[in-house]
Design a protein around this ligand. Structure first.
Ligand SMILES: *[C@@H]1O[C@H](CO)[C@@H](O)[C@H](O)[C@H]1NC(C)=O
Ligand SMILES: *[C@@H]1O[C@H](CO)[C@@H](O)[C@H](O)[C@H]1NC(C)=O
Ligand SMILES: *[C@@H]1O[C@H](CO)[C@@H](O)[C@H](O)[C@H]1NC(C)=O
Ligand SMILES: *[C@@H]1O[C@H](CO)[C@@H](O)[C@H](O)[C@H]1NC(C)=O
Ligand SMILES: *[C@@H]1O[C@H](CO)[C@@H](O)[C@H](O)[C@H]1NC(C)=O
Ligand SMILES: *[C@@H]1O[C@H](CO)[C@@H](O)[C@H](O)[C@H]1NC(C)=O
Ligand SMILES: *[C@@H]1O[C@H](CO)[C@@H](O)[C@H](O)[C@H]1NC(C)=O
Ligand SMILES: *[C@@H]1O[C@H](CO)[C@@H](O)[C@H](O)[C@H]1NC(C)=O
Ligand SMILES: *[C@@H]1O[C@H](CO)[C@@H](O)[C@H](O)[C@H]1NC(C)=O
Ligand SMILES: *[C@@H]1O[C@H](CO)[C@@H](O)[C@H](O)[C@H]1NC(C)=O
Length: 469
């Protein structure tokens, strides 16, 4: 993980850290090429994992390296994944007693099923998408290359209703990534993850290091998390120190009447820690209500949000500004109605800026891992004066009729199945220098190139340095 973010804010320390960080990139000409094949002749004295991740204390998992196996522990649940290098012996029962909370997996994983839309994004960012052989809720997957794989039949959409058939399908995969639990028959190969429940945006990115252990992709994961951290902190630092105002932002949802809520509509303000942190880091004041956060009439809601300058509508339905006004019953010209500040300001956003043809939102895919790009979207919404950012990813302004951007299989332009899917973030440092934010973008730099590997860390470190003065 990016040591430079944690070092004390002294120039000298930063400069030394910069050199130390660059060193591995300068001496490692095989950067980006991870081992993928099985060991043919096992040498019990050889370290098969030269690249090791250092996981932050705040993370929900820990990684311990042994010569030919890794122990990845779920620190909240006490479950253990023993990841043994293919072609080498799994640790002895005397070393690792097999229990019903210990899952043995051979790595690198080449044949997996993903039951969560988020896992796909992490795996693609690591350039390991070739291992994805099946996905669940396939209609909602936004990844263009997974959509393409589903169309070509190289990726299977798992059966939803026939559980016998589904269990038969799941037998075919070596590892199953899930966010909900295990299914009968696949307990001994299921890995449960919960990046979306992680309250801190940067911890969410840290999950790249969790996924990387299954593919021996630690080096790529470390570079990505360092880059995301630096770029995130650059946006954060600019938004929180350069902006002269802290506009009030609320994340709201209209829960339409349905069988799930007794046919009773409600209007709800979110207090999710993740959104609070993002809002604050974007230079906004987070608002989740004063006395209540859930309202049974739209009038009560409208009265409660009179101080709100910017509103993010998280409702499932209603993708246009007109339908938003209808859902929140704000069409009236009498106060508060259309006089609300976020309506006057034309500052109403939704998270569906990137969707697949079934309206499957990439907000539940790429946005979970690419936290610098999410903050970039939010800074653009809260402080448009700080950077000249014309494009958006997920957070689009419906009051200004910004359209949804469609992701289809045609958008799968990767050269091959080992090209990492780039982070969508623009380079904050490049934007500050007057650039368009792309090109030498720290976060989007190709992981296949030694040169850009050096460049992206250099930019990141310089950015951090620049902010100190
Ligand atoms: C990975 O590559 C490194 C460097 O070439 C090597 O030392 C190591 O043994 C390899 N590991 C595996 C599992 O092949
Ligand atoms: C976790 O595992 C350790 C070792 O197997 C055991 O001693 C401990 O009681 C477990 N803790 C919980 C909360 O299950
Ligand atoms: C497993 O443990 C037994 C008993 O301690 C030992 O004899 C054997 O060599 C071990 N095997 C491996 C592969 O470490
Ligand atoms: C593991 O086994 C213990 C008792 O042997 C049982 O109480 C526990 O529920 C089991 N856990 C799982 C995850 O199956
Ligand atoms: C469910 O799948 C199994 C296995 O493919 C098949 O034998 C069975 O007929 C299916 N059941 C239904 C209701 O389609
Ligand atoms: C998991 O359990 C099944 C039997 O339920 C067994 O056939 C399979 O080999 C086990 N897989 C692993 C990785 O231990
Ligand atoms: C640990 O278990 C909890 C509870 O099931 C789950 O939410 C979390 O995702 C797990 N973490 C890892 C790293 O497996
Ligand atoms: C807003 O969030 C804070 C912090 O989570 C919480 O203490 C407070 O009760 C919330 N406000 C409302 C009105 O629910
Ligand atoms: C997807 O590809 C189309 C061309 O096939 C392009 O016009 C569109 O901008 C791409 N969408 C995104 C979100 O990149
Ligand atoms: C890079 O920036 C230019 C504007 O300066 C824009 O036209 C172009 O689409 C951008 N490219 C990407 C990949 O974002």
């Amino acid at each position: 993980m990016a040591a430079q973010n944690k070092a004390a804010g002294r120039l000298t320390i930063k400069a030394i850290a910069a050199l130390l960080l660059l060193a591995p990139f300068l001496v490692s000409p095989t950067y980006g090429q991870q081992n993928s094949s099985c060991v043919t002749t096992f040498d019990p004295t050889h370290d098969y994992f030269p690249d090791k991740s250092q996981v932050d204390g705040g993370a929900l998992f820990s990684i311990t390296y042994n010569l030919n196996y890794k122990v990845v522990k779920n620190t909240s649940l006490n479950t253990t994944y023993i990841l043994t290098q293919c072609g080498t012996p799994a640790p002895n029962a005397t070393v690792i007693p097999p229990t019903n909370t210990t899952v043995f997996i051979q790595i690198p994983v080449t044949n997996l099923a993903s039951l969560a839309t988020t896992a796909v994004s992490y795996i693609e960012m690591l350039g390991k998408q070739a291992a994805i052989k099946a996905v669940d809720t396939e209609g909602l997957v936004s990844s263009p290359c997974v959509q393409s794989g589903l169309e070509k039949g190289t990726i299977v959409g798992l059966e939803d209703t026939n559980s016998t058939l589904r269990a038969e399908q799941l037998k075919k995969y070596d590892v199953i990534f899930s966010s909900f639990g295990t299914e009968p028959g696949s307990e001994n190969k299921t890995v449960i993850t919960s990046e979306v429940e992680d309250p801190s945006p940067l911890n969410r990115a840290e999950w790249l290091e969790f996924y990387a252990t299954f593919f021996n992709a630690e080096k790529a994961a470390q570079a990505l998390t360092a880059s995301i951290n630096n770029n995130y902190n650059c946006f954060k630092s600019t938004a929180t120190t350069k902006a002269t105002t802290k506009p009030v932002i609320a994340w709201a949802m209209y829960d339409a009447p349905s069988v799930y809520n007794n046919n009773t509509p409600s209007w709800i303000l979110s207090g999710a820690p993740y959104k609070r942190i993002l809002s604050t880091d974007a230079g906004a004041t987070f608002f989740n209500g004063t006395t209540a956060s859930s309202f049974s009439t739209s009038a009560d809601f409208a009265t409660a949000v009179q101080s709100v300058d910017i509103l993010i509508d998280e409702s499932v339905a209603g993708s246009t500004f007109d339908s938003f006004l209808q859902n929140y019953n704000l069409l009236t010209t009498t106060a508060p109605g259309t006089t609300l500040k976020f309506i006057q300001n034309k500052a109403v956003f939704r998270e569906d800026g990137l969707v697949n043809p079934n309206n499957g939102r990439d907000w539940f895919g790429g946005a979970v891992a690419m936290d610098d790009a999410v903050l970039q979207d939010l800074v653009r919404a809260v402080h448009p004066e700080l950077f000249k950012i014309s494009q958006y990813n997920w957070i689009r302004n419906i009051a200004k009729n910004e359209p949804e951007q469609l992701l289809t299989s045609a958008n799968c332009t990767a050269a091959d199945t080992t090209s990492p899917v780039p982070d969508r973030a623009l380079s904050c440092a490049n934007l500050q220098a007057g650039g368009s934010g792309n090109g030498s973008n720290s976060a989007a730099a190709s992981l296949n190139s030694l040169a850009s590997g050096v460049l992206m860390l250099t930019l990141g470190v310089f950015t951090t340095l620049a902010i100190l003065f």
